[in-house]
Structure formats: structure tokens, C-alpha cells
Ligand binder design. Structure first.
Ligand code: TXA
Ligand code: MG
Length: 302
């Protein structure tokens, strides 16, 4: 369901539920699995999800609840869907200040993943009507909380590095941040903006160690098989099926966890059966193509 926050309306799903998170990507028709911001009630609710450091603590104390999303390493045994991290090792967390968002988080108890509630490539909605204009056919519920007071997305700050990096400028300014924690990495926000639009280039995105072979129509004994549909190939050393009934939302929900599970040193490669390119299949194929692409030694281009 869509709900208001102090920045823009979000399209929310329980962040621990792979199917629910996959349904966000389907509703928005996102061509790629960008990582999603996970909304929590407060700092305490975010405790078990990420590995906190002192800088992050200070920022949360100063700016939460509010329009600041903190990118942190996922905690060991983090219960969040890997889809919210686009398969990577980090997660963006934010405690929204809007009373309706807060009430929703109180009611669900669980963390809520929520990108802006607009179709991919369109501008973020700041009223319930904007949400219905874009996603009226795709979603069942919009909680109408009037106009969003800020109307601009949250600031996204990577606090996994020694000097935090501004990934998306937003309602909390660079000056606000530097007044609290000192200088950020002095890079123009533009560069990162471009990186964010092709999130596969971000270091945090998971690339399997094994080589990945796409559109496999046969499989060798020393390969692992990522199957799709009701006629999986036979003979692989290990097989996992993205979706036996051929359901693309189920396949998206399983994608990252299954890739990780097959990425074991005893296999020679991961063979992937063909996945159709329509609907969520486009994002699934995009991610698989990145996993299959030749590796660059540059850590920024896994
Ligand atoms: O104000 C907001 O942040 C709104 C409301 C609903 O909270 N949400 C929002 O989400 O704008 P979205 O998905 O439209 O934008 C999330 C941004 C993207 O630029 C994404 O790449 C970045 O945050 N992001 C999320 N998780 C990340 C991560 N683990 N590492 C790097 N960037 C991340
Ligand atoms: Mg957005």
C-alpha cells in the first residue's frame, strides 16, 4: 500500500517478505532492482538490521525521525529481504517523521520497504492523487495524508566508509550533515547520481564469484543450475528453481538468495535457464546479465 511520509508518498511492503518486496518492483515496473529504503519506527527498531557505527549513531540522534536515509552494512543474520539491498551487503534505513508513516510502522511492527510511489522513471508523488494517477491500476490502498510537507526525497548518505558519502542530496543538506559529523567525501553529488541510476555499478552490489552462463539449454555435472519453470534441466551438481510454476514475482523474490546459495567453490559455474523478458523478467534478466558480464578489476565495476 502507498502511504504519506514527510518527504514523498512511499509504496510500502513488509521488508522481511521477499514476495511483498518483489511486488513493489512489479507495481513500479522498475527495469532494474535498485536498492530500496527500509523504514523503521526509530533507532531501536533499526538495531538488529544493520551494523551501526559512531557516526551513524550521531546522525540518527540528530536527524531521526526525519528525511535522512543512512546506508549501513547489513547485520549478520539480517532478517530483511535481499531484494531491499538489490542483492548487496548494505541497507538504507530511515525513520520517517510523518505521523501517518509512524502510525503505520507502529501497527506493522515490522520494517517497511518503500520507494517513492510512482511508476519507474516518473517524478515522486506528493499527494494521494498523484499516487493514484501513476499507480491506480497497480495498487489497492493509498492512505491519504494530504500533501507531503517536504515534497522532496530524503537525503541518502553512505556511512559504511570512514568519510561518509552523499549518494543523493535531499531534505537534509550537506551543510546540516557536516555541522554534525564534519566533512563528507568531497565529491560532486552529480557523479553519484549517475552511479545510482545504474546501481549495478555500485560496489555494494553482489556479484557471484563463479562465472554465470545465461539462457542455458543444457547443464554439465560440475555446474550449479538456476532453473526456471516446470521443466528444469537435469544433471547439475546442485539445482535451485526460481519459480517452478514460472511466476516472475516469485522468481524475483528468490533471485538473490538463490544466486548466493549456488555460488559455492565446488561448482565450476552457474548455468541459468532462460527467463522471459516481460514484466519483472526484464529486471531479473538485467541483474543476471550483470552477474554474467566479464569482471573488471575496478572494484566500482564488479
Ligand atoms: O524520501 C524518500 O526517501 C522516499 C520516501 C518514501 O521515504 N523514498 C524514496 O525511495 O525516495 P526511492 O526508492 O525512490 O529512492 C531510494 C534511493 C535510491 O536512489 C537508491 O539507489 C538509494 O536510495 N539506496 C537505497 N538503498 C541503498 C543502498 N543500500 N545503497 C546505496 N543506495 C541506496
Ligand atoms: Mg524514487
Amino acid at each position: 500500500m502507498a502511504f504519506p511520509t514527510e518527504t514523498v508518498y512511499g509504496l510500502g511492503a513488509v521488508a522481511t517478505n521477499d514476495r511483498a518486496v518483489a511486488a513493489i518492483f512489479a507495481a513500479k515496473a522498475r527495469p532494474r532492482f535498485n536498492p530500496l529504503i527500509v523504514h523503521v519506527r526509530d533507532r531501536a527498531a533499526a538495531g538488529a538490521l544493520a551494523v551501526w557505527n559512531e557516526v551513524a549513531e550521531r546522525l540518527a540522534t540528530r536527524f531521526w525521525p526525519g528525511p535522512l536515509s543512512l546506508v549501513l552494512p547489513r547485520a549478520e543474520g539480517c532478517p530483511l529481504s535481499l531484494l531491499v539491498s538489490a542483492g548487496g551487503d548494505t541497507v538504507a534505513l530511515r525513520a520517517p517523521a510523518h505521523p501517518v508513516a509512524h502510525a503505520l510502522l507502529e501497527a506493522t511492527v515490522l520494517p517497511v520497504a518503500a520507494p517513492s510511489a510512482n511508476p519507474a522513471g516518473r517524478i515522486s508523488p506528493t499527494t494521494a492523487d498523484h499516487v493514484l494517477d501513476g499507480l491506480g491500476e497497480q495498487i489497492e490502498i493509498v492512505v491519504d495524508g494530504g500533501s507531503c510537507p517536504i515534497g522532496l526525497e530524503s537525503t541518502v548518505l553512505d556511512v559504511t566508509t570512514e568519510r561518509p558519502r552523499l549518494l543523493r542530496p535531499g531534505a537534509v543538506t550537506r551543510e546540516d550533515l557536516e555541522a554534525t559529523i564534519g566533512p563528507l567525501t568531497p565529491e560532486p553529488a552529480q557523479t553519484h547520481d549517475r552511479d545510482l541510476r545504474s546501481p549495478g555499478r555500485l560496489r555494494s552490489h553482489y556479484a557471484p564469484s563463479l562465472s554465470v552462463r545465461l539462457d542455458a539449454t543444457s547443464v554439465a555435472q560440475d555446474e550449479a543450475l538456476l532453473a526456471f519453470g516446470d521443466r528444469p534441466l537435469h544433471g547439475a551438481a546442485q539445482t535451485l528453481n526460481l519459480s517452478p510454476p514460472g511466476d516472475l514475482v516469485e522468481a524475483a523474490a528468490n533471485l538473490f538468495a538463490m544466486l548466493r546459495a549456488l555460488d559455492r567453490p565446488e561448482h565450476r559455474a552457474i548455468a541459468v535457464m532462460p527467463v522471459p523478458g516481460h514484466g519483472l523478467g526484464a529486471a531479473i534478466r538485467d541483474r543476471l546479465e550483470r552477474a554474467a558480464a566479464p569482471r573488471s578489476p575496478d572494484p566500482h565495476e564488479p
